[in-house]
Design a protein around this ligand. Sequence first.
Ligand code: GRF
Length: 215
Amino acid sequence: MTATGSAQPRAVKKRVAVLISGRGSNMAALIDAAKSPDYPAEIILVASNVPDAAGLAYAREAGIATEAVDHRRFGEDREAFERALDAKLREYRIELVCLAGFMRLLTPYFITRWNGRLLNIHPALLPQFKGLHTHRRALAAGVERHGATVHFVVAEMDSGPIVAQESVPVLAGDTEETLAQRVLEVEHRLYPRALRLVAEGRGSFATPGREKASC
Ligand code: GRF
């Protein structure tokens, strides 16, 4: 109860950055979800390692700050690229980072710095089909169900604790494209749902021995 007896103080929204490399349809889904007044996170920044990534234009039109940190400027030095990216995230006082089609492998430097505050969406039902070409491999394996997973990022690729998953049926006659489209529709619901859980503190994770993130 407040002094007036009614109005509740508004919860402070988590400051989120979305990292992309391409079209950014998951980023767009997060931006749309975050427009809702009761959503617990705000998309403060969209950053990309690809300066002309289509998603950057979408974010700009949505009134969101964008930054391009071109990985090619850093040659083979992945950590130098990550330091530049990390500096941007800190400049915007980012609390949670969502990878959404971000096509750079991250080093332990960045993963440790964002331990427990770094999410990724993967187009498969992890632990099945880690890595690339998940839809093609799901069809080749003849699985009945496929889907998407949002998970915390750890050093081992596509292996962190799972926040949320949703499956779709694999239908007779599916091609890589039709299956990818069905999974993508799920991704656009799943990522906003998973980010909500984490931002509300209902999904959290920290590598043992490290300080637990408060997110
Ligand atoms: C999505 O399928 C996502 O799961 C994967 O990369 C794709 C990115 O698509 N990590 P978009 O850029 O969000 O449209």
